[in-house]
Each structure stands twice: as structure tokens, then as C-alpha cells.
Design a protein around this ligand. Structure first.
Ligand SMILES: *[C@@H]1O[C@H](CO)[C@@H](O)[C@H](O)[C@H]1NC(C)=O
Ligand SMILES: *[C@@H]1O[C@H](CO)[C@@H](O)[C@H](O)[C@H]1NC(C)=O
Ligand SMILES: *[C@@H]1O[C@H](CO)[C@@H](O)[C@H](O)[C@H]1NC(C)=O
Ligand SMILES: *[C@@H]1O[C@H](CO)[C@@H](O)[C@H](O)[C@H]1NC(C)=O
Length: 176
């Protein structure tokens, strides 16, 4: 009985720590944003969205996503270089993101400029999107600093809380 109590308390503490710290570590990935290009109008040739202006309204960070929603019978999603973006030249796409469903997801997984156009001449009507993907403002989780990382201090607080909880739990257990 006594043995069980003593061994189960550290086990519980460890469980708390693992669970909470896993959650803390997950948060930066969850905060990646998925943008529907053009908002409620989507990727559309009706001229309601100026995609240059739309891009200016947002700040794109590494590991965000673009979601192109469009009429698959008319439009597509071609990633091009700057020259072909300016010229609306769809003949040499860097990447053809078109899957055929009219719903294409593009991961913004490199910090660089991205250029997208729709083929079939719709680029000339304004279906062109240029944006820059930058590093997210908080320091990335991959920098294991000694003391300062908000993630680490957060995890430390959480660990303390877990210990406190476990202590309270042990107390209740004892009283009971
Ligand atoms: C874009 O690609 C074309 C070939 O399709 C090439 O002629 C042009 O120099 C490239 N522009 C840039 C900025 O890389
Ligand atoms: C892009 O890919 C789609 C689907 O595979 C294909 O139907 C289309 O012809 C391609 N377009 C270009 C310009 O390569
Ligand atoms: C970015 O995503 C594309 C498409 O999924 C993939 O081909 C490429 O390898 C990825 N690049 C990096 C740096 O992860
Ligand atoms: C979109 O707006 C910009 C100014 O923000 C303008 O220079 C550009 O010509 C507009 N594009 C279209 C297709 O109307």
C-alpha cells in the first residue's frame, strides 16, 4: 500500500510533465495559419479581389499554408518565377499546384518570395499573387538556448505546477 503510493506519485508527476510539455511544444506548430486565398471570394476571375492588395493585408510566415479555392473548369494554380509573373507567362511554371479538384493547398515552407498565377489568360485579368514568406517573429523552437527561451521557461513553470499538483494529490491520497 505504502509502496504503491510512493511509486505512483512520481509516475503521476512524470505523466503530468510529459503531457503538459508536449502540449507546450505543440503550440508553435498549431499557430501556423492557413489562408484562403482571396478570402470568401477565393481564387476568382470576377475581379472582386485584387490579390496584390489581399497579400498586403497579411503577413506570411514560414509553415503557413495557402488554400486556393476556385472553379476547376476555368482556373488553375501555377507557381512561376518573377519574370513570368510579371509577363503572365504560364508556359514555364516552377511548380504546378493544380490537382484538378479546384482546391489546392500550398505549403509556404521556405522563406522566399512566391509567385502564383492562373493560366488560360486569367492572369492578365488580375489572377496573380505575389507574396513574401518570412521567419516567424518568436525565436524558432530549434534554438536550444540555456535559459532564455520562452518555451523552456513555460515548460519550467508547467513542471513546477505538475509537482505542486502531484504534491496536493499525494496529500489528498494520504488524508483519504
Ligand atoms: C524565369 O524563367 C524563365 C524561363 O522560363 C527565364 O528566362 C527567366 O530568366 C527566369 N527569371 C528569373 C527571375 O529567374
Ligand atoms: C497542371 O497539372 C494539372 C493536373 O495534373 C494538369 O491537368 C495541367 O495540364 C497542368 N498545367 C500545366 C500548365 O502544366
Ligand atoms: C516544401 O513543400 C514541397 C511540397 O510539399 C516539398 O516538395 C518541398 O520538399 C518542401 N521543402 C522543404 C524545405 O521542406
Ligand atoms: C491592385 O492594386 C494595386 C495597388 O495596390 C494596383 O497597382 C494594381 O494595378 C491592382 N491590380 C489590379 C488587377 O487591379
Amino acid at each position: 500500500m505504502v509502496n504503491l503510493r510512493i511509486t505512483s506519485m512520481p509516475t503521476l508527476t512524470l505523466l503530468f510533465m510529459i503531457l503538459t510539455c508536449t502540449l507546450v511544444l505543440i503550440i508553435p506548430e498549431v499557430s501556423a495559419t492557413r489562408y484562403i486565398v482571396g478570402g470568401s471570394n477565393g481564387w476568382n476571375s470576377n475581379g472582386k479581389v485584387n490579390y496584390t492588395d489581399w497579400a498586403k493585408e497579411h503577413k506570411f510566415y514560414l509553415d503557413d499554408w495557402l488554400f486556393f479555392v476556385y472553379d476547376r473548369n476555368q482556373n488553375n494554380v501555377l507557381e512561376v518565377n518573377k519574370t513570368n509573373y510579371d509577363l503572365c507567362n504560364a508556359d514555364h511554371p516552377v511548380h504546378n499546384w493544380t490537382t484538378g479538384a479546384g482546391r489546392d493547398v500550398v505549403p509556404l515552407n521556405v522563406t522566399r518570395p512566391y509567385y502564383f498565377i492562373s493560366g488560360n489568360g486569367f492572369c492578365y485579368g488580375g489572377m496573380k499573387l505575389a507574396l513574401f514568406v518570412s521567419k516567424p517573429p518568436p525565436p524558432p523552437t530549434s534554438s536550444p538556448s540555456k535559459n532564455g527561451s520562452p518555451l523552456e521557461s513555460g515548460c519550467r513553470i508547467v513542471t513546477r505546477a505538475a509537482f505542486a499538483l502531484a504534491a496536493v494529490w499525494a496529500l489528498i491520497f494520504q488524508v483519504w
